[in-house]
Write a protein that binds this ligand. Structure first.
Ligand SMILES: Nc1ncnc2c1ncn2[C@@H]1O[C@H](COP(=O)(O)OP(=O)(O)OP(=O)(O)O)[C@@H](O)[C@H]1O
Ligand SMILES: O=C(O)c1ccc[n+]([C@@H]2O[C@H](COP(=O)([O-])O)[C@@H](O)[C@H]2O)c1
Length: 196
């Protein structure tokens, strides 16, 4: 796990990162700045439980490729979920909030992920443990805001003007972040490379 210190506000950005692209970097830059985070941990998943992972490159290859794209020293890329045997994000969040109660973790996801969040294992428990920042993504905004998770968590949505407070809030709390957008996706990059 990356180093950290008590009181730090840490963004958790989980993904397949097959491969990492400029859209991910944009989300990281924006959330670091606007949420006033001290650090951001890129959690490279051993495999999204909702995806077919049969042709997913190794965790090590994805971690190394992601690290090669990162220059900001506040961003650390880790595959620790696999080392711990965590298959589901609630396990990661449960572990981090239990073992490091003096850090302020925030889960970061793109709008397309919120649209499917109600299909994640124990998603309500997860939303009750960490604040979440949902970043706008082209073509996904309407689905995200009309999603089951958005409706269920409606009472916990903060106004975008409170973005800097999110990491200091108790869960459940979430914010839908508008801003600069990237149309990039790993699927499109794999298709262009002929690796799909
Ligand atoms: N262009 C983008 N804008 C905003 N969020 C994004 C963008 N690309 C990816 N994300 C978010 O980054 C996280 C990791 O995404 P992931 O590694 O699956 O990339 P992807 O481009 O969505 O991949 P794929 O096309 O293989 O599904 C997810 O929360 C996803 O919503
Ligand atoms: O815990 C779950 O049930 C779950 C279901 C779908 C996705 N996730 C997590 O969501 C993150 C984004 O996944 P992906 O493949 O869209 O990049 C990544 O950390 C996955 O492990 C988690």
């Amino acid at each position: 796990m990356p180093p950290s210190a008590p009181g730090m506000r840490i963004g958790l950005f989980g993904g397949s990162f097959n491969p990492m692209h400029q859209g991910h970097l944009l989300v990281m830059e924006e959330t670091l700045r606007r949420l006033e985070l001290h650090a951001l941990w890129v959690l490279v998943t051993p495999g999204n439980p909702l995806k077919d992972n049969s042709s997913l490159p190794s965790l090590e290859a994805r971690v190394l490729a992601a690290r090669a794209m990162i220059t900001d020293p506040r961003i650390r890329v880790t595959g620790f979920e696999a080392e711990r045997g965590f298959a589901y994000s609630w396990q990661t969040v449960d572990f981090l909030t239990r073992t490091m109660p003096d850090r302020r973790f925030v889960w970061i996801m793109g709008a397309d992920s919120l649209a499917n969040f109600h299909r994640w294992q124990r998603w309500r428990d997860m939303a009750a443990k960490v604040p979440m920042a949902v970043y706008v993504r082209p073509g996904a905004g309407r689905r995200a805001l009309a999603s089951r998770a958005a409706a269920t968590l409606d009472h916990a949505q903060l106004d975008e003007t409170d973005t800097a407070l999110l990491a200091r809030c108790h869960a459940p709390a979430w914010i839908y972040l508008q801003g600069r957008q990237s149309p990039l996706s790993s699927t499109a990059i794999r298709a262009a490379q002929g690796t799909n």
